[in-house]
Design a protein around this ligand. Structure first.
Ligand code: NAD
Ligand code: FES
Length: 279
C-alpha cells in the first residue's frame, strides 16, 4: 500500500499527488513511468513520474482526471492509500550530451516535460521551454517551469495569457530566429507531438516525443501499447515511452487511442448506471 502524503488541486481537472514510494523514488529518472491500481479490482493505469524526492522517498504524480480510475485517484485525499504502484518502468529519456534544448509541454503534458527540463537545467544545459495551454485558467506549474528554464514561453490558444497560438507557432519562431537546438523534447497531446515533429523536420532537429498509448501489463507481453516507429512495431512500455518524433506513425496512434476512449466512455456509462464509482 502506498500512502498519499500531499494532494494539491492544480486546476479543475488536474491534481498533484505526492506518494510515499521509497524504492521507486530511489531509482526513477526523467521519462520513466509507474503503473498504479487504486484497489484490488482497479484497472492498471500508467502515469509518468513528474518529480521525485530521493531523501523523502516520495514521487509526484500530476494527473488529469479524465477516465474512471484517474477520477477515483483525483478524489482521494492525503492520508489515504493506493493499492499498487509499480515502477519505475520504461527507458529514461536520453539527456546525456544535450547542451541546448527546447522542451515543449502541452497542457498536462507540461508536468511530464518538467522533469526533463529540470534534469537538463541541473546538468548545465541551456533550456528554452514552451508551455501551451488552452487558456489562462488552466495554466499549471508555471513557477516550477520558469525556475528550470533560461526562457519560458507560455502560449495560450485563446490569448488570455502569455502569447496567443499553439506551441508550434513559438517553436517555428525560435527555429527561424536561428536557434540551433541539439534536440527538441515534446510531451503533450498526440496532435501537438505530431505537429511539433513536422515543424522540426525541415530544420533537421532531433525530436523526442513521449508516447502514452493504452498500457495493460507494462512488461512488453500484452501488446496493448504497440506503436509503429520507422515502420517497425515497438512497445511503448519497454521500448519507450520516448521515440524519435520523425519516425512515429501518429495517425495510427490517434486512431487506436480514440477507439480506446470510446470504449472507456462506454465502460464509464455502464458503471454510472450501476452506481459503481463516482466518475
Ligand atoms: P490540450 O488539448 O489543451 O493542448 C495543450 C496544448 O498543446 C495546446 O494549448 C497547444 O499549444 C498544443 N496543441 C494541441 N493541439 C495542437 C496541434 N494540433 N498543433 C500544435 N499544438 C497543439 O491538452 P490537454 O487537454 O491538457 O491534454 C493533454 C493531453 O496530453 C492528453 O491528451 C493526454 O493524454 C496527453 N498527455 C500525454 C502525455 C505523454 O506522456 N505523452 C503525458 C500527459 C498527458
Ligand atoms: Fe503490454 Fe506494453 S503494456 S506490451
Amino acid at each position: 500500500m502506498y500512502k498519499i502524503v500531499k494532494k494539491q488541486q492544480l486546476n479543475d481537472a488536474v491534481v498533484l499527488l505526492e506518494i510515499e514510494a521509497e524504492f521507486i523514488a530511489k531509482k526513477v529518472l526523467p521519462g520513466q513511468f509507474i503503473i498504479f491500481r487504486i484497489d484490488e479490482q482497479g484497472e492498471r493505469i500508467p502515469l509518468t513520474v513528474a518529480d521525485y524526492d530521493r531523501e523523502k522517498g516520495t514521487i509526484t504524480l500530476i494527473v488529469q482526471t479524465v477516465g474512471r480510475s484517474t477520477k477515483m485517484l483525483g478524489a482521494m485525499e492525503a492520508g489515504e492509500y493506493i493499492q499498487d504502484v509499480v515502477g519505475p518502468l520504461g527507458i529514461p529519456t536520453h539527456l546525456e550530451g544535450l547542451k541546448n534544448v527546447c522542451v515543449i509541454g502541452g497542457g498536462v503534458g507540461c508536468a511530464i516535460a518538467y522533469p526533463q527540463a529540470k534534469a537538463l537545467h541541473n546538468a548545465g544545459a541551456h533550456v528554452d521551454m514552451i508551455a501551451g495551454f488552452r487558456s489562462k485558467d488552466i495554466v499549471i506549474i508555471e513557477d516550477e517551469m520558469r525556475a528550470v528554464s533560461d526562457n519560458l514561453y507560455v502560449m495560450t490558444d485563446d490569448g488570455t495569457y502569455g502569447e496567443q497560438g499553439f506551441v508550434t507557432v513559438k517553436l517555428k519562431e525560435l527555429l527561424d530566429a536561428g536557434n540551433k537546438y541539439d534536440a527538441v523534447i515534446a510531451i503533450g497531446p498526440i496532435p501537438m507531438m505530431k505537429f511539433v515533429s513536422a515543424t522540426t523536420k525541415p530544420y533537421g532537429v532531433k525530436t523526442i516525443v513521449s508516447l502514452n498509448p493504452i498500457m495493460i501489463d507494462g512488461t512488453g507481453m500484452c501488446g496493448g501499447c504497440r506503436v509503429s516507429v520507422g515502420g517497425q512495431v515497438k512497445f511503448a512500455c519497454v521500448d519507450g515511452p520516448d521515440f524519435d518524433g520523425h519516425e512515429v506513425d501518429f495517425d495510427e496512434l490517434m486512431r487506436r487511442n480514440s477507439t480506446n476512449k470510446e470504449q472507456e466512455a462506454h465502460d464509464c456509462e455502464n458503471c454510472r448506471l450501476r452506481g459503481a464509482h463516482n466518475a
